[in-house]
Ligand binder design. Structure first.
Ligand SMILES: *[C@@H]1O[C@H](CO)[C@@H](O)[C@H](O)[C@H]1NC(C)=O
Ligand SMILES: *[C@@H]1O[C@H](CO)[C@@H](O)[C@H](O)[C@H]1NC(C)=O
Ligand SMILES: *[C@@H]1O[C@H](CO)[C@@H](O)[C@H](O)[C@H]1NC(C)=O
Ligand SMILES: *[C@@H]1O[C@H](CO)[C@@H](O)[C@H](O)[C@H]1NC(C)=O
Length: 517
């Protein structure tokens, strides 16, 4: 072999070593990064009327107006996790996850909605689930409220009634007292945007149409309720149990369509993100100031004698501000934002485009899943993580939801693997940038009742056979992927080569192309 060839061989070896280092060295998650899966009570538990469980707003809505859900279905049985929780734990074990995020059903634990009476059956159910997970070394992460409000509290005004701040705090105290010795991560209210802007926009229960007033009353009350539950934990339970408390915010990343739309994007984030974050996470506290001004001016013009977005007193600002131990983020998708063009209606699924004169659109280059609403743009997540850090000065972030919806009952769900892998890659890049992303819970452990989409939309790593009385769970390919991931804790290239071989799907290949190093 000539000298020249030796040079060539060593250069080749060098290149391979470098690219292996680049592709695998940086692809490992740091020690302490936790992987998990998530569900929510109404979406999986079923057993809506067992024992002494109270009625929830979802029970009422879909029993009285069954046609509202896409397939006429409801959560009466759902995945029957009330009976099949042992199997759920077994699946979490198969996946090798560090944590399982689930929610407590308020009316299952407190049938009347109030803390006057605690259901023994509800207590037993959640104790079994928590202890079963801990026995397997899986950390239970508990959401207190994932949208199944006791119907009786709704009859009293629900989240539009400021008394709910105390009702929720009473419920939180019961949960902290019963389970606080074993729960180290509490999430108070899941996606408060959905509770208020969804619930009063006929998108989610209670399916009311009262955006101009009730949704904004709700907005203040959810912030106060979270703060009260946080402060109670901080003062009474943290000294005993040293847990952490936050709440998951949702879910869109908003990007200006052109640099000229930067201001529109700021207002848009304030409308659909900061209205539920600024009071808690900002240094100043209170409502996002630019948006508060716009809404006040709009209300005045419409002749309302009071601000529709109820102002916080200085005392309330201080009470709500800083009530978090980390930032919890549910992230799925990205939207582009621009000022509405003359004559254009700036409509969007959530109310408010017309309040701030913005149009919310998709970038045509993005792939979409299920419908247009779900645009796949993994880099949006990394940008959002940076934005949270730079806007609120918070680097400790837990991704509490991320996942791909599909219509197909497909066990070879390559699209879901590529989605999860490509979003995890952006998380890893953010971690390497210096953002402390603490963990990731995939939505969802299994197919479940997807609100008004019924059972038509699937998010599961496990398929669930909703026609079988056993609600048989079958792992999809994504479940195998996830259990590989929890073992290797890296986004290895093997996965890419594997995916290339199993998919002929062009959408998936397009996503794969972005993933390769
Ligand atoms: C519970 O609800 C189901 C319908 O989901 C009904 O068939 C059953 O009779 C109810 N059980 C009780 C005890 O009310
Ligand atoms: C996070 O934000 C702080 C405050 O703005 C900034 O100093 C820091 O560089 C940011 N971290 C990263 C990784 O960008
Ligand atoms: C349901 O599970 C039971 C007990 O494991 C089993 O005997 C039965 O065959 C299953 N039925 C169906 C339809 O899968
Ligand atoms: C899981 O890992 C095994 C062993 O490395 C590999 O053969 C298989 O293709 C992987 N499966 C997925 C879905 O990543």
């Amino acid at each position: 072999m000539s000298f020249g060839n030796k040079m060539y061989v060593s250069a080749l070896v060098f290149c391979i070593v470098i690219s292996v280092a680049r592709c695998s060295g940086n692809l490992g998650f740091p020690p302490g990064f936790k992987l998990g899966v998530a569900t929510a009570s109404y979406q999986v538990e079923g057993a809506w009327n067992v024992s002494d469980k109270g009625e929830s707003i979802w029970d009422r809505l879909l029993h009285t107006q069954p046609s509202l859900s896409a397939d006429g279905s409801n959560g009466d049985v759902a995945c029957d996790s009330y009976h099949l929780w042992r199997r759920d734990i077994e699946m979490a074990v198969e996946l090798g996850v560090d944590m399982y995020r689930f929610s407590i059903s308020w009316p299952r634990l407190l049938p009347s909605g109030f803390a006057n009476y605690v259901s023994e059956d509800g207590k037993r159910y959640y104790n079994n689930l928590i202890d079963g997970l801990l026995e397997k070394g899986i950390e239970p992460v508990v959401t207190l409220y994932h949208w199944d409000l006791p119907q009786y509290l709704q009859d009293l005004g629900g989240w539009a009634n400021p008394l709910i701040v105390d009702w929720f705090a009473d419920y939180a105290r019961v949960a902290y007292t019963l389970f606080g010795d074993r729960i180290k991560t509490w999430l108070t209210l899941n996606e408060p945007l959905i509770i208020c802007d969804g619930g009063y926009n006929k998108l989610w229960a209670p399916y009311l149409d009262d955006l101009k007033v009730a949704a904004f009353l709700c907005n203040k009350n959810v912030m106060m309720a979270h703060a009260k539950a946080y402060r109670m934990y901080d003062e009474e339970f943290r000294p005993l149990y040293q847990g952490k408390v936050s709440f998951p915010n949702i879910f869109f990343w908003f990007e200006p369509e052109t640099p000229a739309d930067a201001e529109a994007a700021v207002l848009t984030r304030q409308m659909w993100h900061d209205r539920y974050a600024h009071p808690v996470f900002s240094q100043a506290g209170g409502w996002p100031p630019e948006l508060e001004k716009v809404l006040l001016a709009n209300g005045k013009r419409e002749g309302y004698p009071y601000p529709r977005l109820p102002p916080f007193t200085q005392e309330e600002i201080n009470y709500v501000k800083g009530t978090y131990d980390f930032y919890a983020l549910n992230h799925y998708t990205t939207r582009l934002v621009r000022r509405v063009k003359p004559g254009e209606a700036g409509s969007w699924i959530f109310y408010g485009s017309e309040e701030i004169n913005v149009a919310i659109v998709n970038d045509p280059s993005w792939t979409t899943a299920v419908t247009d609403w779900f645009a796949i743009n993994p880099t949006g997540l990394r940008k959002q993580l940076h934005w949270i850090n730079s806007t609120y000065g918070i680097s400790d972030i837990l991704i509490t939801e991320n996942g791909l919806p599909t219509f197909e009952k497909d066990l070879l769900d390559v699209n879901r693997i590529t989605y999860i892998r490509s979003y995890l890659e952006q998380i890893l890049l953010a971690i390497n940038d210096g953002i402390n992303v603490m963990g990731y819970t995939a939505w969802s452990l299994m197919d479940n009742f997807e609100w008004l989409a019924g059972y038509t939309v699937k998010y599961g790593l496990y398929d669930v056979d909703f026609t079988s009385p056993n609600r048989t769970r079958t792992p999809r390919e994504s479940a195998r992927y996830f259990s590989n991931l929890t073992k290797t804790r890296t986004l290895t290239d093997d996965n890419i080569y594997y995916l290339r071989n199993v998919t002929k799907n062009t959408k998936a290949l397009k996503t794969l192309a972005i993933m390769e190093c």
